[in-house]
Unconditional design. Structure first.
Length: 253
C-alpha cells in the first residue's frame, strides 16, 4: 500500500510535536515538584531506611526469600526477560541479560508466581502500600542504561539477595549517588531520578525489587491515586500483565 502522507502533513506533525513535547516535560516537572512538596518522606534521590518502619521486617525474611529465589534459579529458562513481558523496556533490557519474576504488578497479584514463592509472597503482602514486586536478576557484565521511572508516586526498594563477591563492581547510580547492595539489606531510592545499573563482575546479581506507594499528605494521596489509576489502565501495565499470563500458561510448573 502506498504511503499517502504528504510532506506538508509531515511538516505539520513535526511543528506540533515540539510544543506538545515541551508542554509534557513542563507538566511532568510540575507534577514531580508537587509530589515532593506533599511527600511525607524524603524526596531526595536516596531515602533513608529509617523512614519506613517495615524495613527490619523485610530484612528478617531474607533467608526464606533467598531460598525461594535459589529454587527458581535452578530453572532459569522458565524466567522471562524484562522485555519479553514489557516491550517498552527494549532500550534497557537486551538479550538474555535481565530476567524478572513478577509477583505483583501495580497491585495485581500474579497468583501462579506467588504460589511458587509463598514465603516471599507473604512477606510482600505484609508491607503497607506495596504495589509492584519481582525478582530482578542481572547477568554478569551487563549494564542497564540510564533511565527514569514514570512517576514519583512510588518509592523503590531493593532487598539484596544474591550479590557478587566483588560487590564494589556491581552498583546502581541514582542521580549523583552510587549505591552497593548487601545480601539481606534494603536500599531505598526515588526512581524518577535518572538511574543506571552496572554489573562488572562474573557473577549474577539478584534483588527483590519492590515499589511502595509514597506516603503523602491528604491532597498528595488524592493526586497520586489518580495518577496510579491512569497508569494501571494504560498499556504500560496491561500489556505486561497479558504477556505474563501467556508466559505462565506456556511454562506451567
Amino acid at each position: 500500500m502506498m504511503n499517502m502522507t504528504t510532506p506538508e502533513a509531515n511538516s505539520q506533525a513535526s511543528f506540533w510535536s515540539r510544543p506538545i513535547h515541551k508542554i509534557g516535560k513542563y507538566l511532568l516537572r510540575w507534577l514531580g515538584n508537587f509530589q515532593a512538596r506533599h511527600s511525607l518522606v524524603s524526596a531526595a534521590p536516596v531515602i533513608g531506611n529509617h523512614e519506613f518502619a517495615w524495613v527490619p521486617q523485610l530484612e528478617a525474611a531474607y533467608a526464606d526469600i533467598r531460598a525461594e529465589l535459589d529454587a527458581l534459579l535452578e530453572h532459569p529458562d522458565d524466567i522471562p526477560t524484562f522485555h519479553q513481558l514489557s516491550p517498552d523496556q527494549k532500550r534497557i533490557s537486551k538479550g538474555n541479560n535481565w530476567k524478572t519474576f513478577a509477583l505483583y504488578v501495580y497491585g495485581k497479584r500474579v497468583d501462579d508466581n506467588c504460589t511458587a514463592c509463598p514465603k516471599t509472597a507473604a512477606a510482600l503482602a505484609a508491607l503497607p502500600g506495596m504495589s509492584t514486586a519481582m525478582f530482578s536478576i542481572l547477568a554478569p557484565r551487563y549494564h542497564i542504561e540510564p533511565h527514569k521511572g514514570p512517576t514519583r508516586a512510588m518509592v523503590r526498594a531493593h532487598l539484596g539477595l544474591k550479590v557478587p563477591k566483588d560487590s564494589q563492581n556491581v552498583w546502581i547510580r541514582v542521580h549523583d549517588q552510587i549505591l552497593h547492595w548487601e545480601e539481606g539489606k534494603v536500599v531505598l531510592f526515588d526512581d524518577s531520578y535518572e538511574h543506571e545499573v552496572r554489573n562488572d563482575t562474573d557473577e549474577t546479581r539478584a534483588v527483590l525489587f519492590i515499589d511502595i506507594d509514597r506516603p503523602m499528605d491528604g491532597i498528595g494521596t488524592f493526586v497520586n491515586n489518580i495518577i496510579v489509576r491512569l497508569i494501571k489502565a494504560s498499556s504500560y501495565v496491561q500489556e505486561p500483565l497479558k504477556n505474563l499470563a501467556a508466559w505462565n500458561r506456556e511454562h506451567k510448573r
